[in-house]
Design a binder for this molecule. Structure first.
Ligand code: UT7
Length: 319
């Protein structure tokens, strides 16, 4: 047995997959849904969302994102030893998708497992990956958030179908000399399990939108603060805030409660993406980096939350 290694971990590459098909708010109204573009935009911040084609799945989208993250990090499949897939929208619970994504990117035989913490999933998976690298259990880990939520949407339920979309994003996690992924602040509230999810005997996601909204805007600010404390940083020192893209009004309320200064860039990916659950935070991170509004080494607070209820956040350094 080798001695345990305690070191830092960092994100060294980010990749994304956005399905080509765009479904606008006007498209939803044109299909007969009792809604308007104005209502959806003002209540949620969403103008359109991406819908996966029949040929696109949690696996294919996740594999594309993973391959791009590995390429960006300059890491070969032979150098990966663990892949964690955060998802809650696989068509079948068995088998999970992580091993298939590992095979698809050429990393056959590595450790691979799925992690379901719904919209909180990416920050949970990132924490597990960072700990594996810190402890020496793994050298290089691919963390994937991939969702085909449209498989689980009732297009006649205007309280949910306007919100969700499909997509995937992935990051490469590897050892680092300095703290590139801070300790996680995480938690759950199983008493709130019925607020959002697929109810027993149903097939589609149902939600008590107002209750989820209240929970997110009242309970999660201390979690965000705790993630900063654990990383030894104040909210004033953050360069960016990358919250789960659930609703722009939720994000704005969080930013107010955290008293984030104007200098903190707030990731905004929801407008053309909708809520993509476990893919939401890494997709928002990917867009933020591509926008050029943050630079390598900048501290960014990630905060993921959703069904379960689950929540998790950590401060990372922009790759
Ligand atoms: O990923 C984590 C899980 N999800 C979330 O974080 C979502 C959290 N919740 C929300 O984002 C918001 O609660 C929603 C966007 C889902 C709803 O917005 P709201 O401002 O809370 O609306 P509401 O549910 O209070 O509904 C207000 C009115 C209702 O009509 P009445 O009863 O006032 O006549 C609804 O029936 O708006 C109606 N409504 C709509 N109208 C047009 C609900 N959905 C729609 C719609 N288009 N799509």
């Amino acid at each position: 047995m080798t001695a345990s290694v305690l070191r830092h971990a960092r994100i060294s590459g980010v990749g994304e997959h956005r399905p080509a098909q765009v479904l606008s708010n006007d498209d939803l109204a044109a299909k007969g849904l009792d809604t308007t573009d104005e209502w959806i935009r003002t209540r949620t911040g969403i103008s359109s969302r991406r819908v996966a084609a029949a040929t696109e799945s949690v696996i294919t989208m996740g594999a594309d994102a993973a391959a791009k993250a590995m390429a960006e990090a300059g890491v070969d499949a032979a150098e990966i030893d663990l892949l964690v897939l955060a998802t809650c929208s696989m068509r079948n619970a068995i088998p999970g998708g992580a091993a298939r994504i590992a095979s698809a990117v050429g990393a056959r035989g590595i450790g691979a497992f799925d992690l379901n913490a719904a919209c909180g999933g990416f920050s949970y998976a990132l924490s597990v990956a960072a700990d594996a690298v810190r402890c020496g259990t793994a050298q290089r880990v691919v963390v994937v958030g991939s969702e085909k939520l449209t498989d689980w949407i009732d297009w006649t339920d205007r309280g949910t179908c306007i919100l969700f979309g499909d997509g995937a994003a992935a990051v490469l996690v590897e050892p680092s000399d300095s703290m590139g992924i801070g300790p996680v602040a995480w938690g759950s509230d199983g008493d709130g399990h019925a607020l959002v999810g697929v109810p027993e005997g149903d097939w589609a996601i149902r939600m008590d939108g107002q209750a989820v909204f209240r929970w997110a805007t009242t309970e999660l600010t201390p979690v965000a603060r705790r993630a900063c404390e654990l990383a030894g940083i104040t909210t004033d020192e953050l360069a960016a805030f990358v919250p789960h893209q659930a609703n722009t009004r939720i994000v704005a309320a969080m930013a107010r409660a955290l008293r984030l200064p104007e200098s903190v860039v707030i990731a905004h990916d929801i407008a053309e993406t909708g809520n993509t659950s476990a893919a939401s935070v890494p997709l928002a991170l990917s867009r933020l980096i591509a926008s050029g509004q943050v630079k390598s080494g900048d501290p960014a607070l990630l905060l993921a939350f959703g069904a379960g209820l689950t929540y998790a956040g950590q401060v990372i350094r922009i790759p």
